[in-house]
Design a protein around this ligand. Structure first.
Ligand code: ADP
Ligand code: ADP
Ligand code: MG
Length: 472
């Protein structure tokens, strides 16, 4: 049993891990940059250590984080998501310091972290991958030749990409010529690696991913799927579990392929196998995320499994407490990523001070947040400030509950994605329950919502109306 875990992350992600530690009777050690002195994860952890003045680099300083873990007597480190969570050197440094790493082996992180390497491993294991280049593109000429062989549209992608960045669709030679150097530069700047590869662009696909869990005793299971097709700029906004688009047969087939993919790289701990599925139910492996996923909450909700607690148990060397046959799911869950962004302004981040914060509650509601009234959202980090997870026994009642919970949510001071979600949840197209990754482009009218009136204005308007009515 671990006694003390260092959480190498911040914000909502760190708080999520602290919560499982607390329930398991494990002490948590948070780290924070100077800019995060007032962050909620610092207050919620049992111990907190300031790691440095740089807002971002502090959370990426492997040597310092491992030293703090040793100095504070931690027997394990949880990387969370983002930051160092997919960094094989970090996993290795933690393990070499004699501390357990709550995640896969450094080799599995490295092999799945590069999308080109992952494609090679999956092809070798007989898993269908999106048609595309065998490995890195050596030149624009090679890219053009491959695009001609496959036919447009194609996707130019960064091998080290993540968070929806470093991906560009190209519909013609001219677009490919223009995008090639641009994507290369973007990949070098964002990931320190300018390797590009190409995939056939799957038109109007569904993004369907399977959560897997693997222990050190050779047991691998999946916890069913999440439909993450509602995206902006190739990044998820709203996720749903289970997917209305899958038949039970396809679910079983894809789940088995996800487990096979994990086995092919001797995977241990929690991971996610992402697929694209076309209209005709053809599916292809896209990538594997070798970490806890932002949207794991919807899987927890429909399966009743605490994924973070399972990650910890696996790292302690315990066997999975269930077999595939013992796992099942119930009802529907929807996660809304409440981001400090202005959807009407191309989802530009809106850092600033939150003046009022009231989150929803009641039946079927889960909120994983990291903000509060008076909190100043820093500009250095991811714009996600909370995740609203809503669950109910069937799709229709889940949507009704989502509308209720979104209306209850009151965040003032900064613009957020909340009014967009109210618009989406109230639309007929959302109630239908079937989406592809073109959803936001197909229904631009969903962005035509009226910004919510601050409550103060409403109160003032009511007072004026009453005064007028009474002839005051
Ligand atoms: P997922 O596939 O899990 O949705 P992404 O590919 O979107 O994940 O990448 C992880 C996302 O999590 C990125 O957008 C990253 O910026 C964000 N992120 C990383 N660390 C944190 C954190 N501590 N709190 C909130 N978001 C984070
Ligand atoms: P990331 O590592 O940033 O998560 P992914 O490879 O998982 O990148 O792709 C993110 C999103 O980009 C997908 O969910 C999908 O919407 C889109 N996408 C990626 N590859 C393709 C493709 N070959 N065809 C169509 N859409 C794609
Ligand atoms: Mg992805």
């Amino acid at each position: 049993m671990f006694k003390r875990i260092l959480i190498a992350n911040r914000g909502e992600c760190a708080i999520r891990i602290i919560r499982s530690c607390c329930e398991l009777g494990i002490k948590s050690v948070a780290i924070f940059s100077e800019a995060d002195a007032n962050a909620l994860h610092v207050k919620k952890a049992d111990f907190a250590v300031m790691i440095g003045p740089d807002p971002v680099k502090s959370y990426l300083n492997i040597h310092r984080i491992v030293t703090i873990a040793l100095e504070t007597g931690c027997d394990a480190v949880h990387p969370g998501f983002g930051f160092l969570s997919e960094n094989a050197d970090f996993a290795r440094a933690v393990t070499e310091a004699g501390i357990a790493y709550i995640g896969p082996s450094p080799d599995a992180i490295r092999d799945m972290g590069s999308k080109t390497k992952a494609r090679e491993s999956m092809i070798a294991a007989g898993i269908p991958v999106i048609p595309g280049s065998e490995s890195e593109l050596a030149s624009i000429d090679e890219a053009l030749q491959l695009a001609h062989e496959m036919g447009y549209p194609v996707m130019l992608k960064a091998a080290a990409g993540g968070g929806g960045r470093g991906i560009r669709r190209c519909d013609s030679d001219a677009e490919l010529r223009e995008n090639y150097p641009m994507t290369k530069r973007e990949a070098a700047a964002a990931f320190g690696n300018d390797e590009l590869f190409m995939e056939k662009c799957i038109v109007e696909p569904h993004h369907i991913e399977f959560q897997v869990l693997a222990d050190t005793h050779g047991n691998v299971v999946h916890l069913f799927e999440r439909d993450c097709s509602i995206q902006r700029r190739n990044q998820k906004l709203i996720e749903i579990a289970p997917s209305n688009f899958l038949t039970p047969e396809l679910r079983e087939q894809m789940g088995a392929v996800a487990v096979k993919a994990a086995r092919a790289v001797d995977y241990v701990n929690a991971g996610t196998v992402e697929f694209l599925v076309d209209r005709d139910h053809n599916f292809w492996f896209m990538e594997m995320n070798t970490r806890l996923q932002v949207e794991h909450t919807i899987t927890e909700t429909i399966t009743g499994v605490d994924i973070v607690a399972q990650q910890i148990a696996i790292a302690e060397g315990k066997a999975l407490p269930f077999t595939q046959d013992e796992l099942s799911f119930n009802g529907f869950a929807i996660e809304f990523r409440i981001n400090a962004e202005d959807p009407k302004n191309d989802f530009m981040p809106t850092p600033g001070r939150i003046t009022r914060y009231n989150s929803p509650g009641g039946p079927g509601i889960r909120v994983d947040g990291c903000v509060y009234a008076g909190y100043e959202i820093p500009s250095y980090y991811d714009s996600m400030c909370a995740k609203l997870t809503v669950f109910a026994p069937d799709w229709k009642s889940t949507v009704q509950r989502a509308k209720r919970a979104l209306a209850e949510y009151d965040i003032r001071g900064v613009r957020t994605t909340l009014p967009l979600y109210i618009s989406i949840a109230g639309s007929e197209v959302f109630m239908k329950g079937e989406f592809d990754t073109g959803f936001m482009d197909k229904y631009p009218e969903l962005l035509d919502y009226k910004p919510r009136k601050p409550r103060e204005d409403i109160a003032a308007a009511v007072a004026v109306a009453i005064a007028a009515h009474c002839g005051l």
